[in-house]
Structure formats: structure tokens, C-alpha cells
Design a protein around this ligand. Structure first.
Ligand code: F6R
Length: 607
């Protein structure tokens, strides 16, 4: 979603800001802009609809030379995609970029309209006017921002400067991340640590309700009551190579193909195949606390939700006395839910910033239930607010569609289940079998992807022109069907739905016609015959079928992709990597913007 960058130092701010915005492109946006202050204290503003390249074209004609500035990529919420609605917004003496939503902007606007004329339809321009109206002769920009924010309902991450106070950028956050990078004679601001990589490793992660005054010499942090706070300096993880394409045409393909490596990082130090045991340090639970857990609720959105669904099947197999519940965060947050005291909540999020997931985390905490994060982005809001948990260590996921994070999330939750099993009379042989499979999963993923890449590319060409797809599976292949359909629809724009194959005759089978194709994931397990039942039903009605399977048995379908692997229990994870390749190649074939699909954002920080 929207991205913020800021710079004050000795370099030409325009270059740092545009470079930073490019790093944030992956989050999804529809317009971009920067504002800088030159050495004569004159401000300059440039905004453009579309990609950063459009903004660069504007800046090429009128370069900005100042050493302080703010920049933004906007994903429209209030008002259409126009240059006037793009950030930064300029009102009076204030230049502002903003992530989040000001919920009471209409009432504030009605009040401010007596003094100000508004050019845009945005809530952000209203906030800029509110700050300006508090920016009197006797107050500093810091005072004005603090005063204004006290009147605001909603969420924000903001960066503000004024020609009246050269050399200073004021930032603040509530529910939308802001990181201050501390360099030598320069200070950077970003809503996402990836924009800071290569500049500095030292950073202050602003907390909700905090404001900071940034100069080239560093940052001072305050509460909104302007009480000075001691800020903690933290280290930014990751390196530049992780946020580059590394020779691949798209980040998505890179992220699919690097799953063996990233999974290795997820598993590092957490399994002991010889002893047949799994271990996860992060949950930080005592033996008694582990024993007391009898109910696990897993919360997530989109792909994270499907990862939770697959993990719940594994949890039930491993932990005999455990009840699991997997919930969609946007629904759960408003339900009158009750959780037994012997519950633990797994909060699953790649970005660690998803607004609905974060809201659930807070609701669950209010009910006194322990929360554990299954999070990828280090230092993200969810990671900071959970009681414990684990990073999945998938590395930066740049492409909007989530791939390697799904694999890592399932595995991280499986590790938790393996640990729980030990305290709940789980079958040690089963834990050992899962551990053995986990140990070889990275190399099996590598083999599977390399052996089938061309096949999936050819298959994608064959099916790229269809209008609709149904993805079907049962048991642990059911969450995979849901995830396969999501991946295809979000990057190829082919209408696709995932179903439990046992549900076919309860409705979806009516859809089968020549505009549809059906993807069956069929596992070589005790439900094999039943899984094939759905396939026969579709074929009998003339459906075009693709089967992804690890079975050697005879199967009739239009196209069959068989994997050969020593993996059985975790075969759904392997087969899912093929679905990822399939969706990728279909999207490429259709000429889509694979890494930044239309209308989507990487980190959904608004409801
Ligand atoms: C799908 C996708 C989304 C995310 C969802 C949750 O490819 O990327 O469905 O999985 O928005 O995001 P996180 O995991 O960041 O909370």
C-alpha cells in the first residue's frame, strides 16, 4: 500500500527520495510525488499519476536540488487516482505525506473550510490544513503536528516539513509503520525498512502515539503530549541483494525459485532429524503453558489464512487433544467471539502490518489470550505487539503475490505443532516422520521446481486464454486448492475459485462448460480414490482437467503433472509450488504486470 520516504542530509534529496520510492514500488500504488526544500528555503513539489517513471519524467524537466524532502507512493482510498489527489499535499506552510485513513476528516474539513480552500478530495489535505491551522507564530512545527494529531481519529504514518523550519522533518505514527534511519550526517525516513537498505543499518522504529523531530544529526522522539522519550536504536536486517531480481525477469519468479533457500532459513536450528524432534524458541512458553494449551485459533488474511488452514490439518494430526479454529481476520475482528482460557492465538502475517490481522490481535489480547506471531517482516507492528512467536525468515517478499511466505508460514506453524505434540501425548513416530520430511523439504522443493518449470510454462500457454478455473482438492489438498485459485486470479485475472472436491456436487459442478478448466491436486494417500471421484464427475461432464499429483497410479485427465518425491505428508507444499509456477506463467503469457497486479497492494494497512 502507500509508501513514505524522507531525507535530510548532504545528498541531493530528490535522488534519495526517488530511489527510496522505487524500493517501495512493490507495495502497490497508483501515483507518486516528492516535495523538497532548496538551499534558499523555497519548496518544490512534483507529483504524477502512474509509475515512478512518470514522476522521474517530471523531475527530469524540473530537477529539485534541495537536501531535505519527503516522498510518497499513493494507493487511492479517498478520491480518485489524479495528480491533485497524489501526495505530498501542500497547505499554507505545511508539506505533508500520509499513510492511513483520517476517519473524522469530513467534520474537520467542514470546520477548516471557513479558512481553507481544498484542491483535492483527500483526507490527507485536510490533515495538512489542520496542522497549518495550529502552526502559529509562537508554535513550532512539532507543536502544531502534536496539537493537530490529538484531534484526529483514524490511522496515520506522516512526514511533514515547512519552509519556516529548514533542516527539520517531523514524523509521527499511529497504526501505520514509520522507521527513522540514522546515518552519518543524514537521517532517512521510510514506512518500510527496504527503502533504507544500503544507507544505514541503525534505525528507530517509531511506536504508535509517538512523534519525532528529525534533522541531519538524528532524531528526538516525543509523545503527543510532547514529553521527551528515550528511543531504542535497532538494527535493520537484510541486504540489498534480497530486494533485487537476481537475474530473474520478475520478483515473483525469483521468490518462487528461491524457496529451497528461504525454507532452509525457516528451518535453521529448529529441527533435529536424528532425534525426530522439532524446536521453536520464539513462543517462549513454559512446559506448563505448553501443556495447558487445548485450543489454537489461527488468524490471517488471504494467503496467510490458507497457510493457517493447511497448518490446522497438520496440527490436528499431530496433537490428539487439540481443537483448532482458523479464522479470516476481517470477519473475526467484529464477531462476538469467545475463546477458552486454555487457548493460544497464532497471528499469521507476512508483512506484519495487515490492518485486519492487527485488529484481531488486539481484540484477542483484550480477552486475555496469549498471542504468538507467525510473521516475516522483522520489527513489524504485529511482531512487536504479540506476546511471543516466531519469524518465518523467508526474507523480503517483494512481489505482491505471496509465495515463499506461504511455504514458510505453513512450516513455522508445523514446527509449533510438532513441539505441542510432545506435551500432549502425540505419536513420537509421526513427529519424527514429519521432522524427516521437513529436513529434506528444501531440496525436494528445489528438485520439483527445476524438474517441472518448463512443463508448467507449456501448460500455462495451453490454458492462458480460458475465462474461468476451478481448483479442487480434499484433505490437506483443499487449502492448496484455495491458495492455487487465489494465486491464479490475482496475477492472471482469470476468474478462479477453490473448492473442497467433495463439495462439487453441492453446487459448483453446475458451472462446468468449455470456458472452464479444473485443476485437481490429488495426493497419494488414503483418500486417493475419493479424490479421484471428483475428477471422474468433472470429466463425465466434459470438463478440461489438469491433475497435479505425487501418485504413480493411473489417472485420466487432459494433463497430468506427476512429481517424484520422497515426501508424502508434506506433498501439498510441493504441489503448491507447481501451482505458483503455473499462475506465474499464465500471467506472463497474458502480458500482465506480474509483480504489481492491478488494484492490489502488498501490505494492506487499511480496512
Ligand atoms: C496473496 C496475498 C494476500 C496476502 C494477505 C495477507 O498472494 O499476498 O492475500 O496474503 O493480504 O497479507 P499478510 O500476510 O502480509 O498479512
Amino acid at each position: 500500500m502507500c509508501g513514505i520516504v524522507g531525507y535530510v542530509g548532504k545528498k541531493v534529496a530528490q535522488d534519495v527520495l526517488v530511489g527510496g520510492l522505487r524500493r517501495l514500488e512493490y507495495r502497490g500504488y497508483d501515483s507518486a510525488g516528492i516535495a523538497t526544500l532548496d538551499d534558499n528555503n523555497d519548496a518544490h513539489l512534483a507529483r504524477a499519476v502512474g509509475k515512478i517513471s512518470s514522476l522521474s519524467a517530471v523531475l527530469e524537466k524540473e530537477p529539485q536540488t534541495g537536501h531535505l524532502g519527503i516522498g510518497h507512493t499513493r494507493w487511492a482510498t479517498h478520491g480518485g487516482v489524479t495528480e491533485t489527489n497524489a501526495h505530498p499535499h501542500h497547505v499554507g506552510n505545511v508539506y505533508l505525506v500520509h499513510n492511513g485513513i483520517i476517519e473524522n476528516y469530513k467534520e474537520l474539513k467542514a470546520e477548516l473550510q471557513k479558512t481553507y480552500t481544498f484542491a483535492s478530495d483527500t483526507d490527507t489535505e485536510v490533515l495538512a490544513a489542520l496542522i497549518d491551522s495550529n502552526y502559529t507564530k509562537d508554535s513550532s512545527l512539532k507543536d502544531a503536528v502534536a496539537k493537530a494529531l490529538k484531534r484526529v481519529r483514524g490511522t496515520y504514518g506522516i512526514a511533514v516539513f515547512s519552509p519556516k523550519e529548514p533542516g527539520t522533518i517531523v514524523v509521527a505514527r499511529l497504526g501505520s509503520p514509520l522507521i527513522i534511519g540514522l546515518g552519518k550526517d543524514e537521517t532517512l525516513i521510510a514506512s518500510d525498512a527496504s527503502a533504507l537498505l544500503g544507507y544505514t543499518r541503525e534505525a528507530i522504529y517509531l511506536n504508535d502515539g509517538e512523534l519525532a523531530v528529525c534533522t541531519k544529526d538524528g532524531a528526538e522522539v516525543y509523545s503527543l503530549e510532547l514529553k521527551h522519550l528515550n528511543s531504542k536504536k535497532e538494527t535493520i536486517e537484510g541486504d540489498l541483494a534480497q530486494i533485487q531480481k537476481g537475474g530473474y525477469d520478475h520478483f515473483l519468479l525469483k521468490e518462487i525459485m528461491e524457496q529451497a533457500t528461504t525454507l532452509h532459513n525457516t528451518l535453521y536450528g529448529r529441527i533435529d532429524p536424528k532425534a525426530g524432534k522439532m524446536h521453536l524458541g520464539g513462543p517462549n512458553l513454559t512446559e506448563k503453558e505448553m501443556r495447558d494449551i487445548h485450543h489454537v485459533v489461527i488468524v490471517g488474511c488471504g494467503t496467510a489464512y490458507y497457510a493457517g488452514l493447511l497448518a490446522s490439518y497438520y496440527m490436528e494430526q499431530l496433537v490428539p487433544d487439540l481443537t483448532t479454529e482458523v479464522v479470516i481476520a476481517s470477519e473475526y475482528r467484529y464477531r462476538s467471539f469467545h475463546l477458552p482460557k486454555d487457548s493460544v492465538a497464532l497471528i499469521v502475517s507476512q508483512s506484519g502490518e495487515t490492518a485486519d490481522t492487527l485488529a484481531c490481535l488486539r481484540e484477542i489480547k483484550k480477552r486475555g489470550v496469549k498471542t504468538l506471531g507467525i510473521v516475516n517482516v522483522v520489527g513489524s507492528t504485529i511482531a512487536r505487539e504479540v506476546d511471543g512467536g516466531t519469524y518465518v525468515h523467508a526474507g523480503p517478499e517483494i512481489s505482491v503475490a505471496s509465495t515463499k511466505a506461504f511455504t514458510a508460514q505453513v512450516v513455522a506453524m508445523l514446527l509449533f505443532a510438532g513441539m505441542l505434540a510432545e506435551y500432549h501425548g502425540g505419536d513420537p513416530k509421526l513427529v519424527a516422520e514429519f521432522t524427516r520430511e521437513l529436513a529434506i523439504l528444501p531440496e525436494e522443493i528445489e528438485k520439483t521446481l527445476n524438474a517441472n518449470r518448463e512443463t508448467m510454462e507449456k501448460l500455462a500457454k495451453k490454458y492462458a486464454e480460458y475465462d474461468h478455473a476451478l481448483y479442487l482438492g480434499r484433505d490437506t489438498a483443499f487449502p492448496i486448492a484455495l491458495e492455487g485459485a487465489l494465486k491464479l486470479k490475482e496475477i492472471s485475472y482469470i476468474h478462479s475459485e477453490g473448492y473442497a472436491s467433495g463439495e462439487l456436487k453441492h453446487g459448483p459442478i453446475a458451472l462446468i462448460d468449455n470456458r472452464f478448466f479444473e485443476v485437481f491436486t490429488i495426493l497419494d494417500n488414503w483418500l486417493f480414490d475419493k479424490a479421484c471421484g471428483g475428477l471422474h464427475e468433472v470429466r463425465a461432464r466434459g470438463g478440461k482437467t489438469i491433475v497435479l499429483t505425487n501418485s504413480k497410479a493411473d489417472i485420466e485427465a487432459d494433463d497430468i503433472v506427476r512429481i517424484e518425491s520422497k515426501i508424502e505428508l508434506l506433498a501439498p507444499i510441493l504441489l503448491n509450488t507447481l501451482q505458483q509456477l503455473f499462475a506465474y506463467y499464465v500471467a506472463v503469457d497474458r502480458g500482465n504486470d506480474v509483480d504489481q497486479p492491478r488494484n492490489l497492494a502488498k501490505s494492506v494497512t487499511v480496512e
